[in-house]
Design a protein around this ligand. Structure first.
Ligand SMILES: [Zn+2]
Length: 205
C-alpha cells in the first residue's frame, strides 16, 4: 500500500536538510504528487533555498501547465555549449564508444547536448575512437565495436529531428531546480550542458 500524505510528511521530517535537497533536486521527477506535496511542505518549513522549492513546484505543475516543455524550449534556444552558435536549436542524444585493452572491453554511452551539427561530430568522434581503440581485446573487441557503430548509426539519424528528444526531456526533468536557478547564468548553463548526464544511462554503465 502506498504511504499516505501524513506518513510521507512524517518520513520527510526525519530527513536531514542535505537529504531533502538531494531528493528535491535529483529525484523529484520520480516522485508521485503526494510525495511532492509533502516534500514541498518540509522544504518550506525549514526555509531551504528558494530555487530548490521552485524546482519541486515546477515538477508539481508541469503536467498541466507545460512548465517542463517551457524549460526544454528554454534550454534548446541556448547557444551550443560546443561551438557557441545559437542559430540551430539544441537537442540531446546518446553517443556510443568502445575502449578495449587485452581482455577488457568497456562500452560507454554518453549523453551529449549540442546543436545538430555538433551532435553529428560527437557521433563521428565516438566512431573514430572505437575504430582505433575498440578492437584490442578478446572477446569484447570482436562484437562491441560493431554494436557501438550500429548504435551511433541509428542515433545519428535523430540529430536533426525538429522535436525535443526524450533524452533532453529526461535531462531537464531531472534538473528542473538547477536549470531554473541558473537561467541568468550563461556560464553555469554552458558548464551544466557540457557535463550533462541522465539517470537512465547511469544504470547501464
Ligand atoms: Zn554546435
Amino acid at each position: 500500500m502506498e504511504p499516505t500524505l501524513e506518513e510521507l510528511k512524517n518520513t520527510y521530517s526525519k530527513f536531514s536538510d542535505e537529504a531533502l535537497i538531494k531528493l528535491a533536486t535529483k529525484e523529484a521527477s520520480s516522485l508521485r504528487k503526494d510525495a511532492l506535496i509533502a516534500l514541498l511542505g518540509e522544504l518550506t518549513l525549514r526555509n531551504l533555498p528558494q530555487e530548490v522549492i521552485d524546482g519541486v513546484l515546477l515538477q508539481l505543475n508541469y503536467g498541466n501547465e507545460g512548465a517542463l516543455e517551457n524549460l526544454c524550449n528554454f534550454v534548446r534556444q541556448l547557444p551550443c555549449p560546443r561551438c557557441g552558435l545559437d542559430d540551430k536549436k539544441l537537442n540531446a542524444n546518446i553517443v556510443n564508444s568502445v575502449l578495449s585493452i587485452i581482455v577488457w572491453s568497456d562500452w560507454t554511452q554518453e549523453l551529449r547536448i549540442a546543436c545538430p551539427d555538433c551532435l553529428d561530430l560527437y557521433h563521428s568522434k565516438g566512431n573514430l575512437f572505437t575504430l582505433f581503440c575498440g578492437w584490442w581485446a578478446l572477446p569484447g573487441g570482436l562484437y562491441m565495436p560493431l554494436l557501438a557503430f550500429w548504435g551511433n548509426y541509428k542515433q545519428k539519424k535523430l540529430n536533426h529531428q525538429p522535436s525535443t528528444s526524450p533524452f533532453l526531456i529526461e535531462y531537464v526533468s531531472q534538473n528542473l531546480g538547477k536549470i531554473k536557478s541558473n537561467k541568468k547564468n550563461p556560464k553555469m548553463l554552458k558548464a551544466m550542458l557540457s557535463n550533462a548526464t541522465i539517470k537512465s544511462l547511469e544504470k547501464t554503465n
